[in-house]
Design a protein around this ligand. Structure first.
Ligand code: NAP
Length: 538
């Protein structure tokens, strides 16, 4: 517990200086609240601060991976490429921080040691690694969905004598791989981006692949002024239309089943989707994610693309995924498959057993040692709950969030959880979050939370907490929808399957953005239906 002389009293504390935390601070300031952000990093940007590995780039188009809350900001910022590279995103979030003069309320290099609810005073006590601790009526967790690195417990890792990196915790200096033998474990979105970059530099690159990935060509390119001007002219209309789509993306699904066409006609449409770049392939038809036969047509199409890119049939087969496409998140790449044609690149298929371990010299797979100088783990994240589970959070009756969520996360709307009054989560489990374009999704949550706090103050309400029943009903509803989808069937991080021992629960809400937004608005319209609101006098 914090020492009382060091406690600074605030209206709200925000944990995390990523896109969610920055906008939250801006909104709360506008309401006249005293709020601060704390973040362990030495700069703002959240996931984009940490994921600075070579090739790191967003797979949502830059013009829509941006805030919409301020028209001037929207109009003045110039993006340089279709898909923004990490340095440009970091520059953007720094620009926003300065533009709205937020920096003086951000405590960097300050990690949260514990967050404890003081029931008598209805306040959260936040103990930090810094000199100041905080007490605040509201605690807002803007800790991100993909921010806690998943570092597998490889046997013998500590004996490895070379350099070890994780894509999600990349050093702040240039890492030179020239003349080095490099091993990469992991072929998800991060691996797919870093592999072609390391291959260009390293003496030799060995990739250890447990599951092959479907990788759509990004077709990244510079953005010219006229293209930007055209989008900027119609920004609000385009963004409004995107909010009506399942994932809040700008490309609207072709309203047709892949099975309605002959195989030849179907492949023509898939080719159009492929050439449009990014996730356009997945929306070439309206049922690739839902109908096994349609999905199979899209799978076959990508497997053919792999065979075209990689003439060595055995190698192409090793790179060809067998699972449903879109079940794990579709990766976007640039020359990913072609990289395997290089003489300095070797692919090792691990099979289900994975990596056996490491010794001083390298990676051990089925008894063979693959000697390397550097190991890069592109092994992903303890998604959606990892960042929260690392902070000791104690709610009512001193119950910890980790205990409450021992069988998987439970929230009402992904925004709040029973037993933790006045603690909000931005894009928490139980909300569409990672299945959508994160920027509009973050904005919706931040605005909902700010509106809720404003309502509470206007109505003399001190505390908000979901009823257990509303939470149970929401979790049940989410599970019912998820269990009928194809995505439920594969071992993805959506289900926590990438972290040994993590409960298998489909964490994001998969009912789509429009239905979710409607539900959130309806809850507000009904006077925060499903939440217990307690007055100041109670
Ligand atoms: P990921 O998708 O979870 O991929 C991790 C990779 O590491 C997988 O290939 C996984 O194999 C492998 N792996 C994990 N543990 C392993 C073990 N013990 N032994 C061998 N292999 C192991 O993680 P990520 O690539 O960092 O991406 C996570 C998410 O972050 C993405 O889905 C995306 O949402 C986001 N992201 C986005 C971008 C972008 O915008 N372009 C870039 C990077 C990340 P299995 O598949 O067999 O588990």
């Amino acid at each position: 517990m914090a020492k009382s002389q060091n406690i600074k009293s605030l209206d709200a504390i925000i944990v995390g200086a990523g896109f969610a935390g920055i906008y939250m601070l801006h909104k709360l300031r506008k309401l006249g609240l005293l709020a601060k952000i704390v973040d362990a990093a030495s700069g703002v940007g959240g996931t984009w601060f940490w994921n600075r590995y070579p090739g790191a780039r967003c797979d949502v188009e830059s013009m829509f991976y941006s805030y919409s809350f301020d028209e001037d900001l929207e109009q003045e910022w110039e993006w340089t490429e279709r898909y923004p590279a990490q340095p440009e995103i970091l520059k953007y979030i720094n620009h926003v921080t300065d533009r709205f003069n937020l920096r003086n309320d951000i405590e960097l290099e300050t990690s949260v040691k514990s967050t404890v609810y003081d029931e008598n005073n209805s306040k959260w006590i936040i103990t930090t690694s810094g000199d100041i601790n905080f007490s605040a009526r509201f605690c807002i967790m803007a800790t991100g969905c993909l921010s806690a690195a998943n570092i597998p417990d490889f046997q013998g890792l500590k004996n490895f004598k070379g350099r070890v990196f994780h894509t999600g915790k990349w050093p702040h200096k240039n890492v030179n791989f020239s003349n080095r033998r490099v091993g990469v474990i992991g072929t998800g979105s991060s691996g797919v981006q870093i592999i072609p970059e390391i291959a260009k530099q390293a003496a030799h690159l060995t990739i250890f692949q447990r599951t092959a990935s479907y990788v759509a060509e990004a077709f990244n390119r510079p953005l010219d002024e006229s293209e930007q001007a055209k989008t900027k002219k119609n920004y609000s209309e385009i963004r409004a239309a995107a909010k009506k789509t399942f994932g809040g993306f700008t490309n609207v699904a072709n309203d047709q089943s892949a099975m309605d066409l002959s195989l030849e006609a179907c492949r023509e449409k898939l080719e159009e989707g492929w050439q449009a770049g990014g996730n356009s392939l997945m929306v070439a038809f309206n049922d690739i994610a839902d109908n096994e036969n349609s999905n199979m047509r899209a799978q076959d199409f990508v497997r053919d693309k792999i065979r075209q890119a990689v003439p060595d049939l055995e190698l192409a087969n090793k790179l060809s995924p067998e699972h449903l496409i879109g079940c794990k998140r579709l990766c976007l790449g640039t020359n990913y498959y072609e990289t395997y044609n290089r003489d300095n690149v070797t692919l090792i298929s691990l099979g289900k057993e994975g990596v056996e371990g490491l010794n001083a010299d390298g990676v051990i797979v089925q008894g063979s040692i693959f000697e390397i100088d550097d190991l890069v783990m592109a092994t992903g994240f303890d998604a959606m709950t990892g960042a929260l589970s690392k902070i000791p959070i104690y709610g009512k009756n001193n119950v910890s969030l980790n205990d409450s969520w021992a069988a998987g996360p439970r929230t009402y709307l992904g925004l709040m959880t029973y037993g933790f009054p006045n603690l909000f989560i931005v894009t928490g489990p139980g909300s569409p979050s990672v299945l959508t374009n994160m920027l509009p999704t973050i904005e919706q949550h931040v605005e909902w939370i700010a509106e809720c706090i404003e309502y509470m103050d206007e109505h003399n309400i001190r505390v908000i907490e979901p009823y257990l029943k509303s939470q149970d009903d929401w979790v049940k509803h989410g599970n019912e929808i998820a269990s009928k989808t194809l995505r439920y069937s594969c071992s993805s991080w959506y289900l926590g399957a990438n972290v040994p021992g993590k409960p298998r629960v489909f964490m994001p809400f998969i009912g789509g953005m429009p239905a979710y937004r409607e539900k959130c608005s309806a809850v507000v319209a009904m006077g925060y239906e499903g939440f217990k609101l307690s007055k100041n006098t109670e």
